[in-house]
Design a protein around this ligand. Sequence first.
Ligand SMILES: [Zn+2]
Length: 222
Amino acid sequence: MKELADGVWNVRCLPGLPWAVNAYLAGDVLIDAGCRQSTGRILRQLEGHEVTDHALTHAHPDHQGASRDVCERMGIPFWCPEGDIPAAEDADVIRQRQPDKFMARFYWRIFHGPGHRVDRAIKGGDEIAGFKVIDAPGHSAGHVVFWREADRVLIIGDVLVNMDQYLGIPGLNEPKAALTPDPEENRRTAKKLGALEPDVVLFGHGGPLRNRRKFVEFVEGV
Ligand SMILES: [Zn+2]
């Protein structure tokens, strides 16, 4: 695994294109867990690392896909943002909450994993693996991000992406509207995160962005 910031590693969730679907190991907490096809790949990369807990930024099919299997195989608890717990525990709720669009149905069908009982509700203000949890709704009802002010690292989930989710072409953008229940609220969230002025942004999709100004200017323009 590649260390992207102090104690933060990238976990690749799909073969082929690097950065297409990311999870992260922050300290001893696995943040996100790719698609249901990602279990073996995630477990192999985590070998030799201590992992005590698994947390989600949000309960979408390409983030919760391997959650149940990874938690069961590693014997670790499952943490989920409060507003996404119904979706994390019952994958059918993910489908119901997504826009009624072809790509949302397609993503759900090919990627989602089984629901899993949540052991801890994550809330804004919580401290996890040295990061502060910040509520970041819009892309999902309960979406959160993880912020470490000391070195200005932001694990942003899908509030923004740094790669076109359909084409794999790199570039900073909003997540696809077809995969985002409330794009307007997501834009408000993005602007709020711009005020943090992060130096390192780690995305659910796409490689790291190490350019504070580019991030701030982009969110001002959304
Ligand atoms: Zn995603």
